[in-house]
Design a binder for this molecule. Structure first.
Ligand SMILES: [Zn+2]
Length: 70
């Protein structure tokens, strides 16, 4: 199943200069997607930054999703 058509996964460097690496499979290539955090989900976990944009990185190897506040 191909979710991200025509886009190759890339390596990313975090704001702290660290290379982004998957905690599950140690993979270093990710697909990037921008998501709007919606209030319904955020309220459940009591997050104050409910309506901010977030970035999710999907590991190209194991599909694990990492969320980032940028
Ligand atoms: Zn992975």
């Amino acid at each position: 199943m191909k979710i991200f058509k025509g886009r190759d996964p890339k390596r990313y460097t975090l704001p702290n200069e660290q290379q982004l690496r998957c905690p599950v499979c140690q993979g270093e290539t990710f697909h990037r997607a921008f998501k709007k955090l919606n209030t319904s989900g955020a309220e459940l976990v009591g997050l104050a930054w409910a309506n901010k944009d977030a970035t999710c990185m999907i590991c190209a190897g194991c599909r694990h999703i990492l969320w980032f506040d940028f």
